[in-house]
Ligand binder design. Structure first.
Ligand code: NAD
Length: 345
């Protein structure tokens, strides 16, 4: 039996991970530490079974609160920490960069320090492909685990800084860390500010889908359940101190995502509208995920052709989940007040 502390377990990926872990590890216990910011939603875990609830605890709190984190680790005799908690929305980071540095960098450092003091068996940090910057649309390259960092936005730079802090705690204090960088996730329980739930919920309300003007920019997509299985594989077989990429190789442009969603819902493409790019908007990310496939035998299991329609229908069937969140999604894409002009890349 292991005890996991999952930070940010009420957000999109964290809540999918809590559910995934309780389902597949029937003797393990999970403690979820989440501040419940606008992105944290108790409804994401409302479907935990009665049996799950006997092995699940929730603590509302801030990962920057070192005393609190240390207390939780000691009181619950935590074996493993998985650090999802973050400010995660690139567009919001353009408007309030400081919040990103506070939580993503100082918060991560506080959790690491608590792990160091309590001698925790593993600290796994959840990072992003975005720390590497972007690629040309016609580039034949992909990011490898040893690609130099080149973050271009406040969100990316906060995640990049956190990664450096994580590695420094391994080198300096021998905290047993692992890191994973993942590509763009989609699936259930994603806050409707991110592109797939934003486009889907707009389409369901007959509101135009706001595509950035550079709509050929593309992302590599992974279903959230494959992100969870990748972290599970690293916790079970990964080497301490190592970094692993979790990607699918499946790239889709903003235009293809919008068309795919409209097609699933049988709605006209005239619902697409074009807005100003976010300042510093990256053109393309692509991870080389051959290391984890080769060394740990991980592979994604959900194809985009199956995962996108299933996800769109999940939101279509659950207006009671996303409708209360719309008033909290306060970033209006394309209206970059208080932000510098877009670079035009
Ligand atoms: P999310 O915004 O949906 O959830 C973040 C959660 O963290 C929320 O529940 C929020 O309440 C909580 N939180 C925020 N600040 C906190 C604090 N100071 N203390 C405690 N809890 C706090 O984000 P997500 O999309 O689920 O992303 C989770 C992690 O995965 C992040 O670290 C993100 O950088 C990383 N990631 C996300 C993607 C993606 O496509 N969504 C891709 C790669 C990596």
């Amino acid at each position: 039996m292991r005890r996991l502390l999952v930070t940010g377990g009420s957000g999109f990926i964290g809540s999918n991970f809590v559910q995934y872990w309780l389902d597949r590890h029937p003797t393990d216990e999970v403690i979820n530490l989440d501040l419940l910011t606008y992105a944290g939603n108790p409804a994401n875990l409302a479907n935990l079974s009665a049996e799950h609830l006997t092995r699940y605890r929730f603590v509302r709190g801030d990962i920057r609160n070192l005393e609190l984190v240390e207390h939780i680790l000691g009181e619950h005799k935590v074996d493993v920490v998985v650090n999802f908690a973050a400010e995660s929305h690139n567009s919001r980071a353009v408007l309030d960069p400081e919040a990103f540095l506070r939580t993503n960098v100082l918060g991560t450092q506080a959790v690491l320090e608590a792990c160091r003091r309590q001698g925790i068996g593993r600290f796994h940090h959840v990072s992003t492909c975005e720390v590497y910057g972007d690629l040309d649309l016609d580039s034949s390259e992909s990011f490898r685990e040893d690609t130099p960092y080149r973050p271009r936005t406040p969100y990316n730079s906060s995640k990049a800084a956190a990664d450096h802090v994580v590695r420094s705690y391994f080198e300096t204090f021998h905290v047993p860390i692992t890191l994973s960088m993942c590509t763009n996730n989609y699936g259930p329980y994603q806050f409707p500010e991110k592109i797939i739930p934003l486009f889907t919920t707009n389409a369901l309300q007959n509101i135009p889908l706001p595509l950035y003007r550079h709509s050929q920019n593309r992302r590599e997509w992974i279903h959230v359940v494959d992100h969870c299985s990748g972290i599970e594989r690293i916790l079970e077989a990964g080497t301490v101190g190592e970094t692993y990429h979790l990607g699918t190789g499946v790239e889709k442009s903003v235009e293809q995502i919008a068309d795919g969603i409209l097609d699933v819902l049988n709605l006209p493409r005239s619902l697409k509208t074009y807005v100003e790019d976010r300042p510093g908007h990256d053109r393309r990310y692509l991870l080389d995920s051959s290391k984890i496939r080769r060394e740990l035998g991980w592979a994604p299991s959900v194809t985009f052709e199956a995962g996108l329609p299933e996800t769109v229908r999940w939101y279509q069937d659950r207006p009671e989940w996303w409708q209360p969140l719309l008033s909290k999604a306060d970033v209006k894409e394309g209206r970059w007040v208080n932000a510098p002009a877009a670079t035009g890349r």
